[in-house]
Design a protein around this ligand. Structure first.
Ligand code: ZN
Length: 197
């Protein structure tokens, strides 16, 4: 940095820190879209943290033959979509440079019992794995973000709204004669898990 540039920047260093703080300006409340994006980040981050295998993620992302409808997500659901997107991004992840083994994740994967549950023909058993994973992901993110009780309340209220929409969409599909795998679901795992239900 030359002297003239330094002269321009120098006055900033003389400003007392408290005057530079912006924490007194309240952040706007997150919108439903903001919260849905938090679900995306939460799931993507936790895929890496838990180190899900690509094989397991592909089971979660499986589609019905013919219709192509997702087997474990509600089409058009505002909370299923960010979970599906995060799993899709993770499934296509590149190798991480910097190690001899060229790893592509951090954790050791789902537990043996969860991996077995994913491979059963029982839909509710498979959905419970997705539910618990999404729930852990959101809990982890909310804890890491250290939200105030009021911020948590707003996020929870947005999640509840989105879940309500998702559950209504699932009911509408079933009532309308939807015949995909998810027609056999009692509820939406991403909606319930993401909103802590
Ligand atoms: Zn859903």
């Amino acid at each position: 940095m030359n002297i003239s540039r330094l002269a321009l920047v120098a006055p900033l260093f003389l400003v007392p820190w408290p005057l530079l703080e912006i924490s007194s300006i309240p952040a706007p409340d997150p919108t439903h879209e903001d919260v849905a994006r938090q679900v995306f980040y939460a799931v993507l981050e936790n895929c890496y943290e838990e180190g899900l295998s690509t094989e397991d993620v592909k089971i979660l992302l499986a589609s019905d033959q013919g219709s192509g409808a997702p087997q474990h997500f509600v089409p058009g659901c505002p909370l299923c979509l960010p979970v599906q997107r995060a799993l899709t991004v993770y499934a296509g992840r590149p190798k991480l440079p910097g190690t001899k083994e060229a790893t592509d994740t951090f954790g050791t994967g789902l537990s043996t019992s969860e991996r077995e549950s994913l491979r059963t023909s029982d839909l509710e058993t498979r959905l419970s794995v997705l539910h618990d994973f999404v729930e852990r992901s959101m809990q982890r993110r909310i804890t890491l973000r250290r939200l105030t009780p009021e911020e948590r309340r707003v996020v929870q209220s947005r999640l509840d709204d989105l879940r309500e929409k998702g559950v209504a969409i699932l009911k509408g599909l079933i009532d309308g004669g939807f015949s995909g795998t998810m027609a056999g679901a009692k509820s939406c795992p991403s909606c319930d898990g993401g909103s802590g239900h």
